[in-house]
Design a binder for this molecule. Sequence first.
Ligand code: NCD
Length: 277
Amino acid sequence: MNLLSIDDLTPENIKNLLYIAREALFSSSRLRHKILATAFFEPSTRTKLSFHSAMIHLGGNVIDLPDSSSLKKGESEEDTIRTLSQYADCLVIRHPRDVKGLAKYSSVPVINAGDGSNEHPTQALLDLHTMAMMDKEVLKIMFTGDLYHSRTINSLVKAITKCCNAEFIFTNEINEDLKQYPHLMIDESEIPNYIDKVNVLYMTRPQVERHTDKLVTSNFILTNELVNKMAKDAIIMHPLPRTKELPPEIDTNHRAKYFDQVKNGLYMRMAILGWLI
Ligand code: NCD
């Protein structure tokens, strides 16, 4: 089985993964003698290294496609994936356009670590894990930034819709995928009027590397003044990396959960690897 999209998961799959991550039901020898290969055709810090760390925590090993691979000699991406799948029990692939197409060339399970503006299912699961820790009956989530290109928001909205009750507020231009979900659409200038009504503020950076197809500007910058208007138990999330939309002055506020997300990413990826491999 592959994990290429949230569509590959049933609500029960998602609930089980959340349960395993939350209860930390891990054995340090579960993936002994197993090998994970990572192939990233786009930059990454957290996604790649959390997969490496997760695999090592479970007793397995990792190999990573180096910058000096034979892609430099003109070898195709398809042959590269075919080759990696001879050496590993699972592949994690990030690509600026297409992971689904490449997964066809693998003989072992493939995990999508981000494919252009499309999906980022493991980020959605770790985000959901972070939200689930709040123990709220209904989640009211406001999304800010470049919603049009954000694969993390695409996958997260899909995942939430599959397994919990939520209300979405979108604050900037959205893509066709997001339009199908019930939501309230407001302008960025109205964020101060709604920020006290949500329990999650989910921020994203402008995805400038994808602005070749469409420029999406966002002028929203979070301030302490706005944060102090939020409910006491509301949280601020961001998949990171951040740019100027989320200034470091917010980091000491108890609502800032973006580095908890980073840690939760390790647990969720341990749950995912243990399950898929
Ligand atoms: C996100 C991504 O790659 O889509 N980063 C991540 O995986 N934590 C968000 C982003 O790059 O803005």
